[in-house]
Design a binder for this molecule. Sequence first.
Ligand SMILES: C[C@@](CO)(OP(=O)(O)O)[C@H](O)COP(=O)(O)OP(=O)(O)OC[C@H]1O[C@@H](n2ccc(N)nc2=O)[C@H](O)[C@@H]1O
Ligand SMILES: Nc1ncnc2c1ncn2[C@@H]1O[C@H](COP(=O)(O)OP(=O)(O)O)[C@@H](O)[C@H]1O
Length: 290
Amino acid sequence: MKILVKAPAKINLSLDVLHKRNDGYHEVEMVMTTIDLADHIELSDIRDNEIQIVSQNRFVPDDGRNLAYQAAQLLKDRYHIQKGVSIAIDKVIPVAAGLAGGSSDAAATLRGLNQLWGLGLSVDELADLGAEIGSDVSFCVYGGTAIARGRGEKITHLQAPPNCWVILAKPSIGVSTAEVYRNLDLNHVDHPDIQAMIAAIERQNFQQICNVAGNVLENVTLKSYPQVKHIKDQMKRFGADLVLMSGSGPTVFGLVQHDSRLQRIYNGLRGFCDQVFAVRMLGERERFLY
Ligand SMILES: C[C@@](CO)(OP(=O)(O)O)[C@H](O)COP(=O)(O)OP(=O)(O)OC[C@H]1O[C@@H](n2ccc(N)nc2=O)[C@H](O)[C@@H]1O
Ligand SMILES: Nc1ncnc2c1ncn2[C@@H]1O[C@H](COP(=O)(O)OP(=O)(O)O)[C@@H](O)[C@H]1O
């Protein structure tokens, strides 16, 4: 049997880091939302009792380093599954981009194998398993829009932000999340107002969302990679309503409400940046509920 699952990327509308914890992780408070830029994953039964990763993308590991592999291994171990699976990843989300591509592949694999292997797990159980793989995996199991706390795995659902375009531009560098957190100096950060972001989403106030958005990791990545600053400046100049880096970067996203400005920003960015996407937020329309 074969199962197809969609693995959408996320952006962080706001990202705050509260403190460094004793376990080495950072306590965060983030507002995240899934966007219509997705990897497609095909899960197929195979004869041998093993996990195979198939991907055309040379940046995607095909062994135990792959987060989708880790998701399958976790389910096999926890539920004593004596079956094999082939995981074909059609990679659309740029790798090491701050868009949670690997985490979303892992989450999609958890959802898909739950079906393929008839495990009958609830979405909350899958999210708990996801937290064992990575901090962003629980959010990706649910999708939609949410506040993520703890190290990212404590999820509170929110309604979708008002409809708008999301323009993404990724410079041709990859960023290590661990390194960005390591270089963060919590004595010198401007904390975004997460409560104001939540209120703005609840009131469906697009302008207020743009006013209060912030990401404490942005300056860390900007310092090491001036290309990111250049993209930010250009996206602002072309007229995006909000311009912010997603997660640990280096992808920069712009929010735009009016269709008329979209083409201008997209074309302007394509002039000097290879990877540019214009997509919609998925909001809560495609929250995974099973
Ligand atoms: C920054 C964020 C924002 O959404 O996303 P990305 O930029 O990676 O997409 C996340 O916090 C990333 O989550 P994720 O990529 O799942 O992180 P993990 O694999 O769990 O951790 C990678 C490394 O980042 C650091 N880390 C991660 C999460 C956290 N709350 N504190 C940390 O200090 C740790 O050094 C850890 O070893
Ligand atoms: N399925 C996967 N897709 C992409 N990268 C993966 C995957 N599994 C593991 N990785 C590894 O995870 C690292 C982070 O990738 P990714 O999840 O795309 O970025 P980010 O953490 O910035 O959102 C990459 O360097 C890559 O080697």
